[in-house]
Design a protein around this ligand. Structure first.
Ligand SMILES: Nc1ncnc2c1ncn2[C@@H]1O[C@H](COP(=O)(O)OP(=O)(O)OP(=O)(O)O)[C@@H](O)[C@H]1O
Ligand SMILES: C=C(C)CCOP(=O)(O)O
Length: 248
């Protein structure tokens, strides 16, 4: 069983306080991951590490920067968060290893992502748990733009032939206008009116960006909250199942 799991940046950091890990939430997530013993790729988002710096430099997934100092600030913050996530997993005996997408990925002028994945597959085959993160990416014609963890999930799932895809955010799933968890989503229009961006500083589109990205997958993905992480890793289907046409 191969699982691709995204830990939302809003789960593992205090999203309102720049560069602050939510130690308790990270510990709880790492405990849940440590109880899982199959092949696993972890991706984490930016939270208060990536998004504040990205907003400061006016960088998003489409608006880039040629400012090397901006690249160093944003990428540097994401590496510090990645160190914290890898360390939390390692403390619990998970063979977690860091993978920094900025060093390997690129976007063409049309925005299409090219993400080499042979190293991730080899890490899995050798028993490691690769831990990737939302990052910047060199983007032809734009300098560097934001690469969201959600995009990484969409690229990685087919590349590692994932059996299950999970996106753990702070909310218990995709919510309707009344705040109730929607059981399943098969098209963006079904939920567009309920979808906003993020409560916190977020340059990559909040839940709307997430749903759009996951609908492009050719396998179903599950969006759930931190309390349901163990249930997901145990094989359950908590929260909202997002499955576009290609996933049916
Ligand atoms: N209809 C909706 N259902 C669920 N969440 C929604 C909805 N509309 C807007 N949101 C917002 O989307 C947020 C989740 O997206 P966000 O990008 O902040 O999460 P994340 O992936 O956990 O964090 P990060 O982007 O830092 O990795 C929720 O916290 C909520 O504020
Ligand atoms: C803001 C940066 C650098 C990464 C964003 O990743 P996300 O939180 O998964 O959208």
């Amino acid at each position: 069983m191969t699982v691709v799991l995204k830990l939302g940046g809003s789960v593992v950091t205090e999203k309102g306080v720049p560069e602050t890990v939510d130690d308790e939430a990270l510990a709880a997530a790492a405990d849940a991951v440590a109880d899982y013993h199959g092949e696993l790729v972890v991706v984490h988002g930016g939270g208060s590490f990536g998004h504040h710096h990205a907003a400061d430099y006016g960088v998003s997934t489409t608006e880039g920067t040629h400012d090397a100092a901006g690249v160093a600030a944003i990428h540097g913050a994401m590496k510090r968060l990645n160190d914290a996530v890898v360390a939390a997993l390692a403390e619990r005996g998970v063979p977690a290893v860091p993978v920094h997408p900025f060093s390997a990925a690129s976007r063409g002028a049309d925005g299409r992502l090219d993400l080499p994945t042979a190293q991730v597959r080899t890490m899995l085959a050798e028993g490691f748990v690769p831990v990737l993160h939302g990052d910047l990416v060199a983007h032809r014609g734009e300098g560097a733009t934001v690469l969201s963890g959600d995009e990484l999930v969409v690229e990685l799932a087919p590349a590692v032939d994932a059996d299950r895809v999970g996106v753990c955010s702070t909310v218990p799933g995709v919510l309707d206008e009344t705040g109730a968890v929607i059981d399943s989503v098969s098209a963006f229009d079904e939920v567009a009116s309920a979808l906003g961006g993020s409560d916190a500083t977020d340059v990559s589109g909040g839940m709307a960006g997430k749903v759009r990205a996951l609908l492009a997958l050719d396998s179903p993905a599950h969006v759930f909250g931190p309390d349901a992480l163990s249930a997901f890793l145990a094989g359950g289907d908590p929260g909202t199942t997002v499955a576009g046409d290609d996933a049916r």
